[in-house]
Design a protein. Structure first.
Length: 88
């Protein structure tokens, strides 16, 4: 599984997302989070693929590319919740 984060780095939620990613990795959760800028071609394509309509968004993606779980909007999930889905 992989964890995708879709956000705009220079927005009002940019710092919150970057802190979440940093703290997630510092907590020792296995794996990494792939952060994508929504203004990039790849970020826009992922947002379209996974029907993202609110930002920031965190998406747990299975090996086959399907979404297992997604959180959208300013209310980010707990890091332990993301880790449980991502590495279960």
């Amino acid at each position: 599984m992989k964890v995708l984060v879709l956000y705009r780095p220079n927005s009002d939620h940019g710092r919150i997302v970057e802190d979440f990613i940093r703290d997630y990795q510092r907590a020792g959760h296995s794996g990494t989070i792939e952060a994508l800028n929504l203004d990039s071609r790849e970020g826009a394509a992922m947002a379209s693929l996974y029907d993202v309509v609110q930002y920031p968004s965190i998406i747990i993606v299975r090996q086959d590319g399907s979404a297992l779980r997604a959180w959208q909007g300013r209310e980010l999930p707990l890091q332990s919740e993301v880790a449980a889905y991502a590495y279960s």
